[in-house]
Design a protein around this ligand. Structure first.
Ligand SMILES: Nc1ncnc2c1ncn2[C@@H]1O[C@H](COP(=O)(O)OP(=O)(O)OP(=O)(O)O)[C@@H](O)[C@H]1O
Ligand SMILES: [Mg+2]
Length: 359
C-alpha cells in the first residue's frame, strides 16, 4: 500500500497549518509537466500535532484548495496524500536470509522492537532493498509503520471531500522522490541528508544506495523561530514573520539582531544534525558517507541558513530543486515558494513514474 506507484493522481501534502496540491501530466514528448498547483493555509484549530480535530473544516479546505488552484486546473479526483511525519515511522532494518513466505512474519516481529505502539494498532508495509551482496549477508528491508487511527481519519477526510485516495505515503518517501532523480537506477557512492524545515517541525532524512535509511523529527520549526523573534523583540507574530524573512541570519540586516536571537536555536539544529550523522555512522556501518545536505521546506528560505550550516558542519549544503524530475520549463512559482511544494510534487510523481524506477 505504501510504496507501489499506480494511476494519475493529485499529490496532496496535508500539514497542520497548510495543504498543498500538485498534479502532473505527460506532454506530447512524454516528459512530465505541471497540470495544476494550489496551496491553502489552515486555521490552528483544524489539527493538533498531525491529528485531525475539525474534520469538516479540513474537508471544506480540501474542496476550496482543488476548486481554486493557483495554476492550471485539477482534472482528476484521485489523490495520493502524505501522513504526518511525527506520527509515522520509516527505517531500514535487516533480517537474516530466510524463505520468502517467512519474511512478513519476521519483519512484524522485528518491527515490534522499533515502534512505541502495539503493531496491531498500526498498518505496516515493507519493501526489499537491493543489498550490496559483497558485504551484506542479511536482507535489508525498508519498513514503514503508521497508526491505524491516523490512516483512517485522513482517509475519511479525503473521501468526505469527494476525492478518491489511491495511496497514503510516509512523507520522507515523496520528499526523497522529489529532490533526487528517480529515473536512473545508478547507485551513488555517497549518502545524502535531506532536511525539511517546515512550519511545525524539521525532519531529517538520510538517503543512501537509492533508499531512505532512517528519518528523525526535530523540534525546530518555522513557527517556533517566529515565536522566538516575537517574544524577544516584543513584536506581533506578523511583524516577527516579516522580520524573519527580511533579515534571516544575515549579520548585515537588522544590525545582526536576528542572528543573535537565533544563535541558540541554530546551535541546537547543528547539534541535532551532528548527532544524526554519528547515529548513521554507528548504526549503518556499511553505508556510504554523508557527503551532501539538501534543504527543503519553507524554512530553507531562511537567509544564509545554507552558508551557516555549511560552515558549522563542513559539508556542502544546498537548497533542493523539486522541479528536477519535470521537463525544464518556466515554473509558475518563485524558487522560495516552489520549495514548499516539494512533498506535493513528490506525491504527484508517484503516480507518474513507473514502479521499476524504485526497484
Ligand atoms: N524567506 C523565508 N525565511 C524564513 N522562513 C520562511 C521564509 N519563507 C517561508 N518561511 C517559513 O516556512 C514555513 C512554512 O514552510 P512549509 O510550507 O514548508 O511548512 P508546512 O509544510 O506547512 O509545515 P510542516 O511541514 O511543518 O507541517 C513557515 O514557518 C514560514 O515562516
Ligand atoms: Mg511540510
Amino acid at each position: 500500500m505504501l510504496f507501489k506507484p499506480q494511476q494519475a493522481s493529485i499529490g496532496l501534502d496535508i500539514s497542520d497549518r497548510s495543504i498543498k496540491a500538485t498534479q502532473l501530466r505527460r506532454n506530447l514528448r512524454g516528459k512530465l509537466e505541471l497540470q495544476a498547483l494550489s496551496a491553502i493555509e489552515l486555521p490552528p484549530t483544524v489539527f493538533n500535532d498531525g491529528e485531525i480535530k475539525e474534520s469538516a473544516a479540513l474537508t471544506n479546505a480540501l474542496t476550496e484548495l482543488l476548486t481554486k488552484p493557483q495554476y492550471g486546473s485539477f482534472n482528476t479526483s484521485y489523490v495520493t496524500a502524505c501522513l504526518p511525519e511525527t506520527k509515522t515511522f520509516i527505517k531500514m532494518i535487516d533480517i537474516p536470509p530466510m524463505p520468502e513466505n517467512e519474511i512478513g512474519q519476521a519483519i512484524k516481529w522485528e518491527a515490534e522492537h522499533h515502534i512505541p505502539i502495539p503493531i496491531d494498532d498500526t498498518y505496516w508495509d515493507w519493501q526489499k532493498i537491493n543489498a550490496n551482496k559483497k558485504i551484506n549477508t542479511r536482507l535489508p528491508v525498508l519498513l514503514a509503520v503508521v497508526p491505524k487511527n491516523i490512516v483512517d481519519t485522513y482517509t475519511k477526510a479525503i473521501i468526505d471531500a469527494k476525492l478518491i485516495p489511491l495511496a497514503l505515503e510516509v512523507e520522507a518517501v515523496p520528499i526523497t522522490r522529489s529532490l533526487l532523480t528517480c529515473s536512473n537506477g545508478e547507485k551513488k557512492d555517497s549518502a545524502t541528508m535531506i532536511i525539511d524545515i517546515g512550519a511545525t517541525r524539521t525532519s531529517l532524512i538520510v538517503v543512501d544506495l537509492n533508499s531512505i535509511q532512517f528519518t528523525v523529527s526535530l523540534p525546530i520549526s518555522g513557527r517556533g523561530v517566529t515565536e522566538t523573534i516575537a517574544s524577544s523583540l516584543k513584536l506581533t507574530e506578523d511583524q516577527a514573520e516579516k522580520a524573519k524573512i527580511i533579515c534571516g541570519l544575515d549579520p548585515k540586516k537588522c544590525h545582526g539582531a536576528m542572528a543573535e536571537i537565533l544563535h541558540q536555536m541554530m546551535d541546537d539544529l547543528v547539534n541535532r544534525i551532528r548527532e544524526s550523522i554519528v547515529f548513521y555512522r554507528e548504526h549503518f556501518p556499511q553505508g556510504n558517507k554523508i557527503e551532501e545536505i539538501i534543504l527543503c521546506g519553507g524554512g530553507s528560505n531562511f537567509k544564509l541558513i545554507d552558508k551557516h550550516l555549511n560552515a558549522k558542519l563542513e559539508l556542502p549544503v544546498r537548497r533542493g530543486n523539486p522541479w528536477l524530475n519535470l521537463e525544464p520549463s518556466p515554473c509558475p512559482l518563485k524558487p522560495g515558494e516552489l520549495i514548499t511544494h516539494t512533498t506535493a510534487i513528490g506525491l504527484a510523481l508517484r503516480a507518474s513514474l513507473n514502479s521499476e524506477d524504485y526497484d
